[in-house]
Design a protein around this ligand. Structure first.
Ligand SMILES: Nc1ncnc2c1ncn2[C@@H]1O[C@H](COP(=O)(O)OP(=O)(O)OP(=O)(O)O)[C@@H](O)[C@H]1O
Length: 456
């Protein structure tokens, strides 16, 4: 990212982020059409698993930092100490090889959360920190930089320990460490994750260890590969996802208890409900706290319409008419069930469209592969083949917002079309209209001139 595009470009990320749980896309080749399906009921277990999956998918589709215009809230442990914030990476006096790594990653200046978090994390003596900000705001990059800054490469034992809720998330963070530390090859990284079989008592020489709580605990206690007393920086990432997984909370606290006094404790979370907060306070004593409120999205740059239909065939015809009348770079289509999504994908493919399907039945790797091939910036039209509903069948404003929010980015005007197939769905549409206080006009898809007009 040679320009400041990261700062402009990314209000989209959170919307993508949020919706990924029920965003299921279909794909073939360089598809220009994505079909998504939201499956209704989920058990608690599935919900939990979804959180980690969602978090991983967010990371995979993101290439930019989320721009957030809200003010950062900083609560200092010692309110009398001066509050430092930086506008450049130079001000942090990083090791040259790390600064080079940062620039090589395309970072021109610290993100909003980094402006405050980095000086705190790099201060001497080390300060503890609890930081909360939505996904994509630069938390991972911040703590990776802090870990890399604190290690002494001449010492051949673990000095920084980072725990993540899942194997895949740990690998993703590991990748960031490797990228940022590209010009600092003396610093080595070990992965304490399942499948990485180690022999008892063989000491780990790598200075940074990243892993999941269970394996890290084993490496510290059972196998004695890590001496927890020598850890200088402890990072607990994705605290909200962490506590959603059975057992992780206790394991994390057990690890934290073994660390020496004076070890820097850092905890990060995308959300901050009470349970996360209670957990954070147990893990991080005397913390500084940094919070960045989530950016609220608006639908101001998006033109919204509805189309009256009687059946799914009718909806399909309407869709074909829309495609016939306007040029659509990429569309995202949301269906309520897998069955509808499959059926529609078949119909559209027959009609010569390139279609990509993301569905609940796909495993995370498949979904990730699909997502990586989709260019969210090219999405100019969002179609609710079925209106979003919560699991009780009621309107779901947040999902509506996040679906529609995928279009109309980067100053372009976006287009959102809702298919309405019953009195009930009309009522639901009206509630969306009232909630967002934005008119949703009727579109007659039999009138090609009219469709052409809305695209201008
Ligand atoms: N200062 C920066 N300038 C430009 N890009 C940045 C900056 N900091 C981070 N990024 C990029 O922004 C994206 C999000 O950053 P990061 O992963 O650190 O966010 P996060 O808050 O940890 O979110 P998540 O937990 O979902 O990963 C990444 O692609 C990262 O490379």
């Amino acid at each position: 990212m040679a320009t400041d595009s990261w700062a402009l470009a990314v209000d989209e990320q959170e919307s993508t982020t949020k919706t990924i749980g029920n965003l299921r896309i279909m794909e073939a080749g360089d598809a220009n059409l994505h079909l998504t399906e939201d499956d209704g009921d989920k058990s608690d277990e599935e919900e939990k698993e979804d959180r980690a999956t969602q978090s991983l998918l967010n990371k995979l589709i993101r290439s930019n930092v989320v721009n957030n215009t809200n003010q950062v809230e900083v609560l200092q442990r010692d309110p009398n100490s001066p509050l430092y914030s930086v506008k450049t990476f130079e001000e942090l006096r990083l090791k040259p090889q790390l600064l080079k790594g940062v620039y090589e990653m395309g970072f021109n200046r610290p993100s909003k959360i980094q402006e405050n978090a980095l000086p705190m994390m790099l201060a001497e003596p080390p300060q503890n920190l609890i930081a909360q900000s939505q996904s994509g705001t630069g938390k991972t990059a911040a703590f990776v930089l802090a870990m890399l800054s604190h290690v002494d490469p001449s010492l051949k034992w673990p000095q920084c320990l980072c725990i993540s809720p899942t194997y895949e998330l740990a690998l993703q963070t590991g990748k960031v460490i490797e990228q940022m530390g590209k010009f600092y090859p003396e610093v080595k990284l070990a992965y304490a994750v399942r499948g990485h079989k180690m022999e008892r008592g063989v000491k780990i020489k790598e200075q940074i260890v990243i892993g999941t709580p269970g394996t890290v605990l084993d490496w510290c206690v059972k196998l004695k590969l890590i001496d927890p007393k020598k850890i200088k920086v402890f990072v607990l990432d994705e605290a909200d996802v962490m506590i959603a997984t059975q057992g992780h909370q206790d394991q994390s606290i057990r690890i934290q208890r073994m660390l020496p006094k004076g070890c820097q404790m850092l905890l990060f979370s995308a959300t901050f409900e009470d349970s996360v907060w209670k957990f954070a306070e147990r893990v991080v004593p005397d913390p500084n706290i940094i919070k960045l409120k989530r950016e609220e999205e608006t639908l101001d740059t998006i033109k919204q319409y509805y189309v009256l239909c009687n059946s799914k065939e009718d909806k399909f015809n309407a869709l074909c008419n829309i495609y016939g009348a306007i040029t659509i770079a990429q569309a995202m289509i949301f269906c309520h069930t897998r069955k509808t999504a499959n059926w529609l994908a078949g119909q559209l493919s027959k009609d010569g469209h390139q279609v990509a399907l993301l569905s609940g039945e796909m495993v995370v790797e498949q979904r990730a592969a699909v997502i990586e091939r989709i260019d969210v910036e090219q999405v100019s039209v969002v179609i609710n083949f079925d209106l979003p509903l919560d699991k009780d069948g009621n309107p779901d404003n947040e999902t509506y917002l996040h679906r529609i929010g995928r279009t109309g980015r980067f100053g372009k005007r976006g287009l959102a079309i809702n298919m309405v197939d019953s009195q009930r769905s009309m009522e639901i549409l009206k509630t969306y209209e009232r909630h967002f206080n934005k008119k949703i006009g009727r579109l007659d898809t039999d009138d090609l001139d009219e469709i052409e007009k809305i695209a201008n």
